[in-house]
Design a protein around this ligand. Sequence first.
Ligand code: C2O
Ligand code: CU
Length: 460
Amino acid sequence: MISRRQFIKYLSYSFIVTKLNPVLADNKKIIKYNIIAKKSKFSFYKNFNANLLLYNNLNPGPQLNANVGDILKIEFTNNLDEPTSIHWHGIKNINKMDGVPYLTQDPIQPGETFSYEFPVNHSGTYWYHAHFESWQQVAKGLYGPLIIKDKIDDNFDDDIVILADDWRLNKNYQIDEKSFGSLRDWSHAGRIGNWFTINGEKSPEYKISKNGLTRLRFINASNARVLKFRSSLNSNKIIAVDGMIVKPFREETFTVGPGQRIDLLVDTVDISKVDYFEISNKNPLKAFSLKVKKANTKNRKFTKINLSPNYNLPKLNKAKTINIHMQGGAMGNLTKAKIDGVEKDFRALAMEDKKLWAFNKEIGNYEKLLSSVKKNDVVILNVWNDTRWPHSMHLHGHHFFVNSKEFTNYNNYLLRDTYLIQPNEKSKLIFLADNPGKWLFHCHMLEHAASGMVNYIKVT
Ligand code: C2O
Ligand code: CU
């Protein structure tokens, strides 16, 4: 028997428990991964073994999967002999989990472990990569895909990540280490490679279901090469850009700048094989192919898929404009710029500091503030690419609207996290600053970022 007092206690306790129940039911599922960065061997060709830096000895790193609403928890160990950090590209993250050394966390030292834990509140195709000296760490293989699924994904029979990279190898099929830091690369297009892979392989073939629907998730993990694809179907149905669902449209070719993603929907009725080519070069490369395998059991659910974006351009009447005049690089018009408050001429910046690019005549770095805005401000990044080079501009912590002219059959705002801005182009990148913290805005041609094309925006 329980006493009255105990009974009341029990009652109130159970009352509390009941009240907590919905909260518990709402509790997010925690998806755990362990990732170790270390020196690894990888064979690009025959028995030549290249020395790479990899996550879990895999090239690319392990595919991380979660469902929208989950919490990702990644126990990360740095077994390299240099510091590192991981950035979750495209995720509207909690600032302290964003992985930018010095700005959002201390560099993770050799032997140290760091636990990244954050909710994933939007679905789509993302990736993660090293953000410490990424111009060499990413070039050596420190990246992997990060896929956040939602209900839409139940419709696809096959879901394939197409992570593309453009490696620079030497004659022995080793990473060409000598050219790291080449001033010529840094002042021109960045480190352009000579060995193209999809998911670490040369022209792989993927089996897909007959009469099925395949989602292809293209990710450009190259340091600098702007990739362009075409398929033997001559028509590619684009269903997402930078993770965000768009109203589907068709393009004969499509471009994926460094850091960007494009998702395609491939309908395999009456198709037995599809080849995809990378055509940024004079000589098109066969990137990969899809081969239809026999069995298919599923019923087509095509008609049920509702691919329409669920976001709207914010109101611009009270928007705050930040002007970003991009200058520098070879054949550019940057004659002098400030570095740490001191003005220097371009030649001295190049030779003494290895700095080549500027926003508003100032050389940037991870800790250089561009501008502060208030939480929930609508912000317009008014970007002018006054250089002779395209730049793949990436904003951390937010997605921005851009009225992009990059496609032939889509002429409206897109929601992106990385935008390839062409030489002389002026563009407005518009976002609602609803995520407090310090967020980098930088070129994803990683050599350009390292030599000055990076700042952060503070949201308070
Ligand atoms: Cu994908 Cu700051 O980077
Ligand atoms: Cu650039």
